[in-house]
Design a protein around this ligand. Sequence first.
Ligand SMILES: [Zn+2]
Length: 582
Amino acid sequence: MTRRILTASLLLTLGAAAQQSPPSAQPVTARPVSVEPVSSTTPGLAITQRVMRAPVSTDQIIDQIIEREHALITFLSNRKPIVETYLQNLAPDTKLGAVPKEDHYFLGRLDMGESIERRDFLASGASLQKSLMGGMTRLFRIQYQPMGFSWMVFADRQNFDRAHYDLKYVRREFLGEVRCVVFDVKPKTGAGKGMFEGRIWAEDRDFNIVRLNGTYVPRPKNAQFFHMDSWRLNLVTGYWLPAYIYSEEGDFSYGSHDKLAFKAQSRIWGYELIKNNREDELTNLKVDAVNDESAVAQDASPLEAQREWQQQAEDNVVERLQEAGLLAPRGDVDKVLQTVVNNIEITNNIDLPRPVRCRVMLTSPLETFSVGNTIVVSRGLIDTLPDEASLAAVLSHELAHIVLGHNLGSKFAFNDRMLFTDESTYQNFGFKHNPEEEAAADAKALDLLKNSPYSQKLTSAGLYLKQLQARAPVLAALLTAHLGNNFTDNKGQIIRLSVLMNSAPNLDDDKLDQLAALPLGGRVKLDPWEDRVEMIKAAPMAITNVRDKMPFEVTPFFPRLSRLSSAAENGSTASTQSVAEK
Ligand SMILES: [Zn+2]
């Protein structure tokens, strides 16, 4: 196999400045113009009588919106997607505006078949964790308490109808490519507690709600509901699926007395993972049983057998992580990572018996780990890295583990060790290395980087670590790795590749061209239906103010909405390909 170094120009989407934009217009997690094909097994329900039902009056539009919302609730009732909420509490900073002062992280499953609890308001005095309840029923156990952000997936699961709500037409408006009708929604007097109040956007073809923005009323005594901006994506024929929810409270303007201030991003994905569908499970088993790819014509030699055995352990883990909804299926982002790894390997004359592969973990906390020859990098880490060289630094540490033979454990070659619930993944898997191996990997990584095409560009990696160091005391949750080693020790000091900080310039907030770390959500876009990830291709936005930098910060979502392409809707060859890839 001949390999060549691919230049950085191939990875243009990793240019730092290209991802920055002010919050008002930030295309965070924007969907592309063309939507990924949905598999032909998708039980999307076509709306067959579109023409007949085309509403002519505002009243008919309202009826249709209500009908489609109920259809969505029914459609999703057997789903248990994953919900991740990452929250940053804020404190005012004279220079930087509102900055994080502590953070919280929640990961769980949302049972869409049960009524979503309505107790997730903030009781004053009670702890944040205790007062935000509801929605998630089965937690990944490392987490303490579920958050209620997830209940704005629907406007009102029980009572979204004319008896409980008044809908008032506002205007037509485009969200991305999708023309919408906009309505203000108010509960009728005495309609009940925990009622939605705010604005909805419904696409103007079938009148599915695509965005909800508002809060719940009436405000309880000594407590408050928080405000949410909830976005849906058209990933299945006929339905718009809840995907992103942004929430924010607090006001630092002069004279305000808000004690509570936070911003939070919730992401929902993994809709396709669990469907209460036995037939599906059997289909999967059949595919697995015929999946023998060994090309050897005779019994393996002892060394070959050893490697085969390790490969089996690696494959088991990767497959299990994907099944649990923690790992994206193979895709284009993997290729970007692999290109960088490849560049390091070639220039260091590394020739491993098995190829190194890269995968993306779907979660926000900053972490990397490797299992066998597979390097895994979290979505949040890729989001915040400023450029290709800093990505190379992160990858070189894991490549060093592989080269040094640190990843040769094979206990996961036994399949019984894969038999645990998805929610207990973090208890059953762990790929942390001991301090000695960490130090050895760092030393080797620096060697690898020195010989790599990135050797002259490592100040960005050093700056990134400096920025991380500066924010580490308030970002404990973002810095808690769940399967790999942390970037910091328990005192918040950077321990990964810390030498790189020595050669980096000082952090300087006032230097607008110094982008040490990016906000979360700026690079990797996640398809909540099939869990696929891709790089966001955003136009360059100029940093005009120190407050535009927002390193490691949560920002609002503004996905560019588009309709599922008609090709995918008709079950085209594209969808067939998507199935075949699996
Ligand atoms: Zn390590």
